[in-house]
Design a protein around this ligand. Structure first.
Ligand SMILES: Nc1nc2c(ncn2[C@@H]2O[C@H](COP(=O)(O)OP(=O)(O)OP(=O)(O)O)[C@@H](O)[C@H]2O)c(=O)[nH]1
Ligand SMILES: [Mg+2]
Length: 357
């Protein structure tokens, strides 16, 4: 398939970035996969295995400064088909999360994403609290969401309606698609949501059918799929890397390994957007610094008590809000520590120079 940059998701915003950054002498491409420090990049001339230029590596301050899947990059292609990435174009959106086990390190899941498919299967994986977590991440990353319920072949039709309704009762303005990867029920509706030139990233737990869906939409088994044995293979994910695919029907899809936890790394208003009902109610609280837990005249608590606000949604909000506050404090402390360390290094350099003379 002859590839145009537009098929890869190129648009006027990226073109503006390219012009602003004076990148006329470079090829433009999009990162499709990453393995350690090697990247597979899609260009109009084909796919290239690329490494990053030394100055890009040395100027990087953290993981976020390295190319991620979905990134637009400026590269040089050599005659022997090797390529060097010189620059990452500014990201118009960035899905990131906390690295499991550590409190503050951030990992970029994918860059320049238009929509996230929030994939949950209708069996034991189904959990609206978790959907709200993903929504919080997506809102703060400027990524729109589409909720995709899979494995509908496992439950009666009426139950599907119940589950869908329970979502729309709590979550406004996010489309829900209910599909079966086995019978392809719901596929037509889902395909209609996929636009040419837009990028979609699969998010969800392991085993919910992300790769199966991608393979079916792509029309070929490009990602491995498998049954995960819960007892013997606890916590193993079938997919272990991210990869970007361009659909022939238009649309760009990124498969992603299953996520075990959805940590909040939110410094922006993702939480406020996800729970805008609560934020609106909070404006009527008696106290400006109301924590919505025990205060007199709290409009949020009142709404929970009279059934106007869903109690589980309220409790989930408090939990995520606490995590957000914790994340912000840790990030602040880390910045302070880094600053102190930077000063120490500077002083050390100054002193050692003094010693020399
Ligand atoms: N019955 C049924 N089984 C499905 C459906 N979708 C996927 N499966 C099965 O679920 C298992 C896991 O599917 P995968 O596509 O590998 O799941 P995944 O979300 O990619 O998992 P990770 O890569 O580990 O994150 C496979 O055995 C699939 O055949 C579905 O709609 N219905
Ligand atoms: Mg998978």
């Amino acid at each position: 398939m002859e590839m145009k940059l537009e098929d890869l998701g190129y648009n006027t915003t990226i073109e503006k970035y390219r012009v602003e950054q004076n990148l006329d002498n470079f090829e433009i491409g999009r990162v499709a996969t990453q393995h350690k420090q090697r990247y597979s990049v899609k260009t109009t001339k084909g796919d290239f295995e690329a490494e990053i230029a030394g100055n890009l590596r040395y100027s990087a301050q953290g993981r976020e400064d390295f190319p991620a899947v979905g990134d637009w990059v400026a590269l040089t292609i050599y005659d022997d088909d090797s390529a060097i990435i010189h620059k990452i174009l500014p990201r118009f959106s960035k899905l990131s999360r906390q690295v499991a086990g550590r409190s503050v390190e951030i990992q970029v899941i994918a860059a320049n994403i238009d929509y996230a498919f929030l994939v949950q299967s209708v069996d034991r994986d189904f959990n609206i609290n978790r959907i709200e977590r993903y929504l919080t991440i997506c809102h703060s990353s400027k990524v729109r969401s589409i909720i995709v319920l899979t494995k509908t072949d496992l439950i009666p039709e009426q139950r599907i309606t119940e589950l869908t309704n329970s979502i729309t009762q709590r979550i406004n303005d996010v489309p829900v698609a209910a599909i079966s990867n086995k019978t392809h029920t719901g596929y037509e509706a889902l395909k209609k949501m996929i636009e040419r030139g837009k990028t979609y990233c699969m998010l969800g737990s392991s085993g919910v059918g992300k790769s199966t869906l991608l393979n079916n939409l792509f029309g070929k088994s490009v990602m491995r799929t498998d049954v995960i044995s819960q007892s013997s293979n606890k916590g193993t994910h079938v997919t272990s890397h991210r990869e970007l695919f361009v659909l022939e029907s238009g649309g760009i899809l990124i498969d992603n390994p299953g996520m075990r936890e959805v940590g909040i790394t939110d410094n922006s208003d993702g939480l406020e957007t996800t729970f805008d009902d609560i934020i609106n109610l909070a404006q009527h609280c008696k106290f400006n610094d109301c924590t919505h837990t025990s205060e007199i005249g709290c409009a949020v608590l009142e709404a929970v008590q009279n059934g106007e606000l869903d109690r589980s949604s309220y409790e989930n909000y408090l939990k995520i809000e606490k995590e957000k506050a914790h994340f912000e404090t840790s990030a602040r402390e880390r910045r302070k520590r880094n600053k102190k360390f930077g000063k120490m290094v500077k002083n050390y350099k100054k002193n050692s120079r003094n010693d020399e003379y």
